[in-house]
Design a protein around this ligand. Structure first.
Ligand code: FES
Length: 65
């Protein structure tokens, strides 16, 4: 499914780019070789980064909350 219409980026592309040491939405777009344009997708990309970070931290984060 396309998340970023402006750059024709699909959810799988963005999830892959959001994993690892990605810290910002700009990092995700940089990894995809693109730049944000209209900005409509940015909140969803930010959520992907948070989800990837939660997965990487595992259950310790959930237990601490
Ligand atoms: S939909 Fe992603 S920048 Fe426009």
């Amino acid at each position: 499914m396309y998340i970023c219409i402006c750059n024709a980026l699909k959810d799988k592309d963005l999830v892959a780019a959001a994993s690892g040491d990605t810290r910002s939405v700009a990092d995700v777009f940089r990894r995809c070789g693109r730049r944000p344009q209209c900005g409509k997708c940015l909140p969803e990309v930010a959520e992907m980064i948070d989800s990837a970070r939660d997965l990487a931290n595992g259950p310790q984060t959930i237990a601490a909350e």
